[in-house]
Design a protein around this ligand. Structure first.
Ligand code: F6P
Length: 557
């Protein structure tokens, strides 16, 4: 690959550096001087109403960020991604999660294949299977319909499905429950299966590679649990034929490696494929979302996909000045590289989004936690801030102190919907309104703070004034939507996918590989025999690791 240019040498970067030299954030003053500031900096993408006005941005910053997008050729790189160019250069792969949500009527030929047709053929298979599970036509070995679907996967094969399942619980079919096993800690599979009836349980083994240690180990344990329990309960006689039949009725798989699925014993008829051009962390809108399809049904899942597509179209067609994912990504660059922000909080004021931050951690950090550019040379800027968060208002009583008064700048995205799924009241008080009051109050406090004079005006003793001052100018983006529908959940995910992409393009990195997770996997394989008592393997360890293994061996029960 030709060596890449250095983003810090662009004109726009120089302008941003110059602006930053004399930049005095003053959200109070800016709002006073411009009564239209909220309107000026509010954008719409799909159903998302995005207020950027409480960011540390003025027209000069905005102009320079847009110029930066042009200088790094964000448009060219975006179009290359959308058209199937192998932009994941270290794995020589196209990056086509956006093809997963293209309408059936579209066509996109990549490497000689119409990928949209492939995508919809697979979805049709998933929908037909899910319909059978939902209607009770799919039966376990004793003829009972399925009541619990257990998804076994990790990383992208877990975080997406579990987050979306939780986000869309109000759309779930009554009487059907999904559970998610991910951790190789055996307590995870134990706790998720201990109270289940094997005759009404169906496992989905989701693994792009079908080699991931955690998933294959958990799948083996689940298979053993199922077969033992069925045999003990007299549901099967334990013959090879009865076991094969039980696996066929209680296991399906999602993978790109269908040969390995067959080796595990799962009937290829019950396996849903996807493609190497779908990254694990970008795969919830592929067959990896099978558990979600079972829970919410085909129509809702199609609505979910349409939500992604609306934001893809917005990202593809909207000039940068109004392009929400691009602007949010560029603002993140502004904070990370010019304000040295090391983290970014995502704070959904929607309990159903309680796994959203965990999901975003993989999306953003596995994508942009890179120290070399796509051409292999070292990056010249900070990359990959830490994404984290919890739903409001829980976070308010935990870590908001640091966001309000800590020494680091922590940009934060606040997310809420206008119409809740559970419009409950406390006496005469609409509790959702109480909830939203907290969202609005927090973004207001972060932006405008409280001066020493205002604190004094409250009659606070002088020695306590400094502790009660809020500096303000803590940047936030407020994202609102009409309701947490399947489409809106898809829109939110696509929004963050394209924010992540934008940042990766500016930094010149390949956001679509994840070599950084490999070394630990290799070492775990080498260390396992040492833990089991292999003296030679133990001796090969460094002194700290060796001592830890010895501690384990001396103290295990
Ligand atoms: O180890 C990281 C990773 O490769 C993620 O990128 C991926 O989502 C996860 O493991 C699970 O991989 P698989 O779906 O192949 O089991």
């Amino acid at each position: 690959m030709a060596s890449m240019s250095d983003v810090t040498k662009t004109d726009a970067w120089g302008k941003l550096a110059q602006i930053k030299d004399t930049f005095t954030p003053d959200l109070r003053g800016w709002f006073e001087a411009d009564p239209n500031r909220a309107e000026t900096y509010t954008r719409t993408a799909g159903d998302l109403h995005v207020d950027l006005s409480k960011n540390l941005v003025n027209q000069a910053v905005l102009e320079a960020l847009v110029e930066l997008a042009d200088e790094v050729d964000l448009a060219g790189k975006r179009d290359a991604m959308l058209s199937g160019v192998h932009i994941n250069n270290t794995e020589d792969r196209a990056v086509l999660h956006t093809a997963l949500r293209r309408p059936r009527t579209d066509q996109l030929t990549v490497d000689g294949q119409d990928v949209v047709a492939d995508v919809h053929a697979t979805f049709d298979k998933v929908y037909a299977w899910a319909d059978k599970v939902r209607s009770g036509e799919w039966k376990g070995v004793t003829g009972q319909p399925i009541k619990t679907v257990v998804n076994i996967g990790i990383g992208g094969s877990d975080l997406g499905p579990v987050m979306v399942y939780e986000a869309l619980k109000p759309y779930k079919q009554e009487g059907l429950e999904c559970r998610f096993v991910s951790n190789i800690d055996p307590s995870d599979v134990y706790e998720k299966t201990v109270d289940l009836d094997p005759t009404t349980t169906l496992f989905i083994v989701a693994s792009k590679t079908f080699t991931t240690l955690e998933t294959i180990t958990n799948a083996n344990m689940a298979r053993a649990w199922l077969l033992d329990a069925l045999e003990q309960g007299g549901a099967i006689d334990g013959s090879d034929a009865s076991r094969t039949d039980a696996i066929a009725k209680h296991f399906v798989a999602v993978s790109t490696a269908l040969d390995k699925v067959a080796d595990f014993g799962i009937d290829p008829e019950n396996a849903f494929g996807f493609w190497d051009w779908v990254g694990g962390r970008y795969s919830v809108d592929s067959a990896v979302g099978a558990a979600v399809v079972v829970a919410i049904g085909k129509e809702n899942f199609e609505d979910f996909l349409a939500g992604f597509h609306a934001i893809d179209t917005h990202f593809a067609e909207t000039p940068w000045r109004d392009n929400v994912p691009a602007l949010m990504g560029l603002l993140n660059v502004w904070y990370v590289n010019f304000f040295k922000a090391q983290s970014h909080a995502v704070l959904p004021y929607a309990q159903y989004l309680h796994r959203f931050a965990a999901y975003l951690q993989q999306l953003t950090m596995e994508s942009n936690g890179k120290g070399v550019k796509a051409d292999g040379t070292p990056v010249t800027t900070e990359t990959g801030e830490v994404f984290w968060g919890e739903p409001g208002t829980n976070g308010q009583h935990a870590f908001y102190q640091l966001i309000h008064q800590g020494t680091q700048l922590i940009p934060a995205d606040f997310i809420a919907v206008a119409t809740p799924h559970r419009p409950l009241k406390d006496g005469g008080q609409d509790v959702h309104e109480l909830f939203l009051a907290n969202f609005f109050a927090q973004t207001k406090a972060l932006a405008f703070g409280k001066t020493a004079d205002e604190v004094r005006a409250d009659g606070v003793a002088e020695e306590l004034v400094s502790a009660k001052v809020f500096q303000g100018n803590r940047p936030t983006t407020s994202i609102m939507a009409p309701a947490l529908t399947p489409s809106v959940v898809g829109q939110l995910i696509a929004l963050y996918e394209h924010i992540t992409f934008t940042q990766g393009v500016v930094w010149g990195i390949n956001s679509f590989d994840q070599w950084g997770v490999e070394l630990g996997k290799v070492l775990a394989k080498q260390i396992t025999p040492a833990i089991g008592g292999d003296a030679e393997a133990l001796e090969a360890q460094d002194p700290s690791t060796k001592a830890l293994i010895e501690y384990y061996r001396a103290n295990r029960a």
